[in-house]
Each structure stands twice: as C-alpha cells, then as structure tokens.
Design a protein around this ligand. Structure first.
Ligand code: HEM
Ligand SMILES: *[C@@H]1O[C@H](CO)[C@@H](O)[C@H](O)[C@H]1NC(C)=O
Ligand SMILES: *[C@@H]1O[C@H](CO)[C@@H](O)[C@H](O)[C@H]1NC(C)=O
Length: 274
C-alpha cells in the first residue's frame, strides 16, 4: 500500500494532468497546501502537481476542465486572478502556499478554516467546520442550509475577532465558495447537494467518488456560478415571511435579487487593505 502511494506520488510530480480518482495521497512535509479545499484535493489526486507548486495557466485550465467539467474561459479567469498571489512580477505560475496570504484571496469567516487573527488560517479545522455544519439541518443540503452555515461563521467572527474584515468583494467570493459544493457534487436545477459528499470532501480533501460522485455532465461556466451564488445570496437574507425554499429562491431570480457581476467578484480583491 505504501509503495503504491509512493509510486503514485512520484508519477504526479513528473507528469502534469496525470492524476486519477484512485490515486490519492495527502500532501507530505515538503508539499504546499492552501486554504482552498478543492485546489488541495486536486493536488492530492495529482490532477494538479502533488507538491502544490507550478500551477500554470495551462495546468489549471486543463485540470479544472478535464477533472471537474469547468468551462475553459471560467477556469482561465480564475487563474488570472490567482496568479497575482505570487509576489514575483510577471509570474507564470502560483503555488498553493501563495494562496495562504491573509486578505489577498483568503478571507475571514471561512467555512472550514479559522480566521487569521486566531492562528492558522489555511489548514482544515474541524472545530470551525463543526460550527458551520451545525446549521445544516438535513442530509440533503439546500441553499438555505448552506447560507445559514455561512452566516453563522460571520456572526461568530464579527463577535469575537477584533480584526474581522468582510468586504462586498469578499461576499461575492464567499457566495461562489458556497455555490461550489452544489456545482461540483449536486443537482444544479434543484440547487441541492448530498451532505455526506460535501463533508467527505472538506474533511478528507478528496473527491467523493467512493460515495458515488462522478464528474458533472453539465459543464460549469460563469453563468451557472453567478446564478447559484445569487440563489445562496437570496437565501442568506434573514428577512423572511416563510422559510425560503430553494425553488422559491430560484423563481425570484432576475426580479430585483442581488446582482453579482464578474467585476465585483474580483475587483480590489488582490490588495491588502489596512
Ligand atoms: C484557480 C482556481 C482556484 C483558486 C485560486 C482558489 C482559491 C481559493 C482560496 C484562496 C480560498 C480561500 C478563501 C477563504 O479564505 O475562505 C478558496 C476557498 C474555497 N474554494 Fe477555491 N479556488 C479555486 C478553485 C476552486 C474550485 C474549482 C472549487 C470547487 C468548485 C473551489 C472551492 C472552494 C471552496 C468550497 C472554498 C471555501 C473553503 C472554506 O470556506 O473553508 N475552489 N479558494
Ligand atoms: C510547470 O508546468 C508546465 C506545464 O504547465 C510544464 O511544462 C513545466 O515543465 C513545469 N515546470 C516545472 C519546473 O515543473
Ligand atoms: C481550530 O480552531 C479553534 C478555534 O479557533 C482553535 O482553538 C484550534 O486551535 C484550531 N485548531 C487547529 C489545529 O488549528
């Protein structure tokens, strides 16, 4: 078993985009990992370099497209925004360690990481994740459950972190991160996702194929990211006449709901604001 993992790891570090669902090994002492459970997962599977380095544009687009059915344009936009986290000018890659800088791309009130004020802000933290999942009242997650988990983390952070920061740009990123589980593992039309798959993914940083997951057959593009973000954003509104069911949120789309633009997703996110 050990030998198999070693061989698999060696293969990952020699060839790009050669990972597999079966070939999985967590990052070792010399490997970089970061605050993004999905980038860590893709590195653990060897879809991204297992050492967490040299994430080139070509690499990221190929991985997100072939591994997760991401539209290549969307994957390119995501990489373009992230490469600025590499402090070297004109960098052609970033590392998972580059993503660890506080208030560059990483932010407070993460679902599974503690705020930088309290310590390590990029390693999975079970205590924090438990605080998020405590608001998930079912085995099939809907937009309301995901949104309430997000708000609970913001409330706890704003209450106890004297350096709490969460801008409107952070909000747009955060909603995208909340949409991600549905987009990756769930039902796009119903805006729901199996809770066990989401927990397995966060806790193991591994794709939940053992739980029956397969790559989405419908591609993931900017339009669906914005749509799902909007559904979660609507569900996060605490003013409610009835508990907002997911399908009701979907019906409200386009009728005065929060509009998130690509420029909001990314503008100003890359400078540390004091
Ligand atoms: C170029 C590609 C990507 C980059 C550079 C990136 C970067 C990041 C960063 C910096 C964070 C930390 C934000 C925070 O402080 O909470 C994050 C969080 C997250 N990312 Fe990614 N990401 C990428 C792709 C993806 C993809 C494809 C998915 C899955 C669809 C994903 C899912 C998530 C989730 C669920 C979180 C929230 C984690 C939490 O709140 O604990 N990311 N990402
Ligand atoms: C970095 O990745 C590219 C592919 O995106 C590859 O051609 C190159 O050899 C890699 N560089 C190193 C140092 O591993
Ligand atoms: C997880 O977060 C809690 C709450 O901030 C903290 O007490 C604990 O030390 C963290 N654990 C790790 C491993 O960082």
């Amino acid at each position: 078993m050990k030998a198999t993992i070693f061989t698999a790891t060696l293969t990952f570090s020699l060839a790009y985009g050669q990972g597999s669902l079966e070939g999985w090994a967590p990052g070792g002492a010399d490997d970089f990992r970061g605050p993004c459970p999905m980038m860590n997962t893709l590195a653990n599977h060897g879809f991204l370099p297992h050492d967490g380095r040299n994430i080139t544009r070509e690499n990221a687009i190929h991985t997100l497209n072939t591994g997760l059915a991401f539209d290549t344009t969307l994957a390119g936009i995501m990489w373009d925004q992230a490469v600025f986290s590499n402090p070297k000018p004109n960098a052609i890659f970033f590392t998972l360690d580059n993503l660890n800088q506080h208030n560059v791309l990483g932010h407070d009130a993460s679902l599974s990481r503690q705020d930088a004020f309290f310590g390590n802000n990029h390693v999975f933290n079970q205590t924090i994740f438990d605080a998020t999942t405590a608001l998930w009242g079912g085995t099939t997650l809907d937009a309301n459950m995901l949104a309430m988990g997000k708000l609970a983390r913001q409330v706890a952070s704003k209450a106890f972190n004297p350096e709490y920061k969460f801008t409107s740009t952070t909000e747009a990123f955060s909603l995208g991160e909340l949409a991600a589980p549905i987009l990756m593992f769930g039902d796009h039309a119903a805006a729901t996702v199996d809770r066990a798959m989401v927990e397995f993914f966060f806790e193991n940083e591994r794709l939940p194929s053992d739980l029956g997951w397969t790559k989405q057959t419908n591609g993931i593009d900017l339009e669906i990211v914005l749509k799902m973000s909007e559904i979660i954003g609507n569900a996060a509104n605490l003013i409610a006449h009835t508990k907002p069911a997911t399908h009701a949120s979907s019906r409200r789309l386009g009728r005065g709901g929060m509009k998130i633009q690509m420029r909001d997703l990314y503008s100003g996110a890359f400078s540390v604001q004091g």
